[in-house]
Design a protein around this ligand. Structure first.
Ligand SMILES: [Ca+2]
Ligand SMILES: [Ca+2]
Ligand SMILES: [Ca+2]
Ligand SMILES: [Ca+2]
Length: 315
């Protein structure tokens, strides 16, 4: 059963007129687990109590404790770090890598190895291999391959703890079966035995690991239905599947590249970003702490030449 909790934000966006320029935004990239990852399901849920906070700096990639956005510049494949200013804007942006055009999924993964620095995972288009990039606070350590066969996944997201053990996990959607898989993080950048926690997730796009949107201590997700182009909220716990989805609003066909950014405006509530496909304008969807969002101001323009944490192939 679905409940309508909110509406109107998209309408405001659609009424905006923004100058288009060139860019592509990357928030998360899609990945698929393969044969090497096919392990017997197991119950990894061991935690108790609230596990999820609006962790400032969970998406901080330059060491100032303020959440950032990573994006790949297309064509060319340079990786850019857009430094958040902690109040809903950008300080600046710098190029921090090249050659990322070989990846068809890049996910800002939060702190996967427990060293307090935000990490990255990426899937190589030609091989389907999944790589872990440990953040250093100013860049990334050399890639470590953590799996093969991830080309079967239509989405791979990370950045939060879904089974309550205090370690950041992955979620992935098998494009063929539609199963939503929880890959429990080990705290070292790798994952343990996966657990099936949902089905029919191949009917959504823009799956985004937003964190604890309703502030009950459990990490949540949002996604857009492919058929109705409506956005839905899925409340945690995610250890055995999410709560029945709740409708936010519809009209999301105009948006893509939804990505987690933590509490980007510093009001204590988890937010996310999305790009208006036609104009390249990047919007901040400001979480309101109750499992929905309020205002959605424009952050920047020119993002039509960027890939932001891709959760689906670029359109
Ligand atoms: Ca930062
Ligand atoms: Ca975990
Ligand atoms: Ca929650
Ligand atoms: Ca916020």
């Amino acid at each position: 059963m679905e409940h309508s909790s909110h509406g109107g934000c998209l309408v405001r966006i659609l009424r905006r007129v923004a100058a288009a320029s060139a860019g592509v935004v990357c928030a998360a990239i899609a990945v698929t687990p393969g044969t090497s990852s096919a392990q017997s399901p197991t119950d990894e849920a061991t935690g108790t109590g609230p596990v999820e906070l609006v962790a400032a700096g969970n998406y901080d990639y330059n060491g100032d404790d303020l959440d950032d956005v990573l994006a790949r510049r297309n064509p060319g494949g340079t990786l850019e770090l857009w430094s958040g200013d902690g109040s809903g804007g950008f300080i600046d942006h710098v190029t921090i890598g090249s050659g990322w055009g070989v990846m068809n999924l890049i996910e800002t993964a939060g702190d996967l190895n427990g060293d307090g620095k935000a990490d990255l995972i990426a899937r190589e288009a030609s091989t389907g291999a999944l790589y872990f990039y440990a953040g250093t606070g100013s860049g990334f350590r050399p890639a470590v391959r953590i799996g093969r066969g991830w080309e079967v996944m239509s989405a791979i997201v990370s950045g939060h703890d879904y089974n309550g053990d205090g370690k950041t996990d992955f979620l992935a959607v098998d494009a063929t079966t539609g199963y939503l898989w929880l890959y429990p993080g080990t705290g070292t950048g790798t994952h343990g035995v996966r657990v099936k926690i949902g089905s029919s997730f191949n009917e959504v796009r823009e799956l985004t690991a937003v964190g604890d949107l309703n502030e009950d201590g459990l990490a949540d997700i949002v996604a857009v239905g492919k058929n109705d182009e409506c956005m839905y909220f899925y409340a945690g716990p995610g250890n055995q599947g999410f709560e029945p989805r709740v409708l936010f609003d519809c009209g999301w066909s105009v948006m893509d590249s939804a990505a987690s950014v933590g509490d980007f405006d510093g009001d204590g509530h988890a937010d996310w970003i999305g790009r208006e496909t036609a104009t390249g304008v990047l919007y901040l969807f400001k979480g309101n702490g109750t499992g929905s969002y309020g205002a959605s101001p424009a952050l920047d323009s020119g993002w039509n030449t960027m890939t932001i944490a891709l959760t689906t192939p670029p359109r």
